[in-house]
Design a protein around this ligand. Structure first.
Ligand code: FES
Length: 647
């Protein structure tokens, strides 16, 4: 036969092609994205692929290097000059001669940034919103009055198929100089809109510009996390984080909204603060990745609705009370220069859509990462912050809500609470016999009962307990019988242990004695009970909506979710009963979702479509919320059983 079966990995797309079809061409026809900057001239090397050899019985393909044309011409020149890695081929030169399984190397791995957790090995296939297009432009001719820019756009259309391309205004004044500098060879950065319409020339470079960068950023109310990635290889070149400077206007979200309501220039101040912090972070990741800021052409931001609004310069007052109206819920497309982020003058900014007034673009991004909408299993996705964002669903139906957990999980409102930083207790075990604790402190290697701890503690200091530590302490206190199901610290134990200390009508547990005494008071336990009851009640409402009494999988997102031990989340009844193995920290799922949207425009389309389908539940309007809340005050719950925990 003259026609050959070709399967592309990792997408799994396949088709039949005639002998001598260039591999790049075959990929194009199947809608498989293969990067190409030079348009097949064999000079950019971006179109590399690998032939997988072997018998792929499942697909009915026997793939071999003999089924692809030998090196020659451009490819040989490129391989000699640039040293092409063994096994790699330039898909613009290599031609199909027989059945093939072709692997498109993907450098971007989902969750590669989550240091404490193993990567789940999934890859982000690339298809960025910005396409770098190398063209050779006809030189001017007195007999043809067509302008330089017009001839450039003609070349872009002829080689790359972009019709009626519009041009960013700033380029009009630069185009002639750039064309001459590049000796009529230039690289045009073309931004393709997501939902049709003409593409835009956003940047122009003399010669072959074989690189373009993007940033993906999660603006959290406490911390901001940013990644710098190559749009062409997908590789993450640098990651950095900073605390959100808006903290000085208010610890939690609602206090920031009140600040705006009470101060005439409050909104402006907070917008300015967060943009300044972002600019500093951009400097940082650029320095780390050795990238020129002006080479950043695309940026994706996610955040909860209030961070989203403040970043865009929108007054968040409406989000402070019912009906929690968002100024804009759909995805936002702007130029970076319009929102005070100097990158390349043509750089674009994309913000994922918000799900609801309390469930933001960060939850949308986490949804994109974890993909409840892509699977049959019922998945619960929880991002615990001052406001828990909850998404529950599968491929047939997804619901979402937020629950006012308050800042207790972040260590606020807790007498010994503090942010996760050196000196904070993050892990704890309590001996049920002696009621003695042993714990681990951030910044100190040994556990508190191991050699070397005291010296280190003298240096670092043991200053408090961070959010994940608080969950563990309360859970361990419950497991050791120090607190009852109703959350009362059992004073009878004072007779057994000096760690149980009476203070008026209630009791406390002494965690660490010394200069700085760390205690868990009855009020602390109450604060956690209230927070976890709010979280659980919100989840339970969504389970009611879905008509289910058990979830298949749970993903705990956010910085906090990454550090809570799933077991303790179940012991306390933060989340419903579930197979422990299937309760997972999903790391910075929001940041990963932002990276996915940065590197692949079809993910933008996917999440926009998904968000419109998600049913939004307003917990405040649901009469059953209160009942669920009251039941969830008990440890782990008054009526709901946790059978899998016992196993
Ligand atoms: Fe540039 Fe193949 S597309 S080398």
């Amino acid at each position: 036969a003259t026609d050959h079966l070709v399967l592309f990995m990792p997408s799994g797309k396949r088709g039949r092609f005639a002998t001598d079809t260039p591999v790049l061409e075959a990929a194009r026809q199947l809608g498989v994205h293969v990067e190409s900057v030079c348009g097949g001239r064999g000079i950019c090397g971006r179109c590399q692929v690998e032939v997988q050899e072997g018998v792929f019985a499942k697909h009915g393909i026997t793939s071999s290097n003999e089924h692809i044309s030998a090196f020659g011409g451009n490819e040989t020149r490129y391989a000699e000059k640039r040293d092409l890695k063994a096994g790699r081929r330039l898909s613009c030169s290599a031609k199909i001669l027989g059945d093939l399984v072709i692997d498109i190397p993907q450098d971007a791995v989902v969750n590669a940034q989550v240091v404490r957790k193993d990567s789940d090995g999934r890859v982000i296939e690339r298809n960025p919103a910005i396409q770098m297009c190398y063209v050779e432009v006809e030189e001017p001719d007195m007999h043809k009055p067509l302008g330089d820019l017009d001839r450039l756009l003609q070349a872009v259309e002829a080689d790359w198929g972009f019709k009626n391309v519009t041009v960013d205004a700033y380029l009009y004044g630069q185009v002639q100089q750039i064309l001459r500098k590049g000796n009529w060879k230039v690289t045009a950065a073309i931004h393709e809109p997501l939902h049709g319409g003409p593409a835009t020339l956003v940047a122009l470079y003399p010669g072959l510009k074989n690189e373009a960068y993007g940033i993906a950023c999660d603006i959290g109310s406490t911390t901001i996390a940013m990644h710098l990635s190559s749009l062409l290889s997908g590789r993450t070149l640098a990651s950095s984080g900073a605390s959100n400077p808006q903290i000085r206007f208010g610890e939690d979200l609602m206090s920031r909204v009140s600040y705006v309501m009470m101060n005439p220039d409050g909104r402006e101040g907070m917008t300015k603060a967060v943009r300044e912090a972002l600019n500093e972070l951009i400097d940082k990741v650029c320095a780390q990745g050795e990238v020129d800021r002006a080479d950043i052409l695309d940026a994706v931001f996610v955040g909860n609705p209030i961070m989203h609004h403040l970043f865009l310069g929108i007054d968040p007052t409406e989000l402070g009370g019912a009906p929690f109206a968002l100024a804009v819920s759909g995805a936002v497309n702007v130029k970076s220069s319009e929102i005070g982020l100097p990158l390349n003058p043509g750089a674009r900014v994309y913000m994922l859509p918000c799900i609801a007034g309390h469930v933001g673009a960060d939850a949308a991004a986490a949804t994109l990462t974890e993909g409840p909408h892509r699977q049959d299993e019922m998945m619960l996705l929880v991002d615990v912050g001052t406001n828990a964002e909850i998404v529950l669903g599968n491929s047939s139906r997804t619901v979402a809500a937020s629950s006012p957990t308050g800042p207790a999980f972040e260590g606020a409102e807790i007498s010994c609470g503090q942010r996760a930083a050196p000196g904070a207790i993050e892990r704890i075990r309590i001996n049920p016999e002696t009621l003695e604790p042993r714990y681990r402190v951030i910044g100190i290697e040994p556990w508190s009962d191991e050699p070397g701890f005291d010296e280190a503690a003298a240096k670092v200091g043991v200053t408090g307990v961070c959010g994940s530590g608080i969950i563990e302490i309360i859970a361990e206190m419950y497991l050791a019988g120090i607190i009852t199901e109703d959350g009362v610290i059992n004073g009878d134990l004072a007779a057994r242990s000096p760690r149980i200390i009476g203070n008026g009508r209630t009791f406390s547990y002494l965690l660490r004695d010394g200069e700085q005494r760390l205690m868990v008071t009855q009020n602390d336990v109450r604060a956690i009970q209230l927070a976890k009851a709010a979280l659980y009640a919100g989840i339970k409402l969504l389970m009611d909506k879905q008509g289910i009494d058990h979830v298949d999988r749970i993903g705990l997102a956010g910085a906090f979710g990454s550090f809570i031990d799933p077991k303790y989340a179940l012991v306390l009844g933060l989340v419903p009963d579930c197979d422990l193995e299937r309760v997972k920290a999903v790391g910075n799922a929001a940041g990963t979702g932002a990276r996915m949207a940065l590197l692949n425009r079809s993910h933008r389309r996917e999440i926009e479509a998904t968000v419109t389908r998600i049913e939004k539940i307003e917990t405040a309007l649901e009469s059953k919320f209160q009942d669920h809340f009251v039941n969830a005050m008990a440890l782990p719950n008054k009526i709901d059983a946790f059978p899998r925990l016992a196993e």
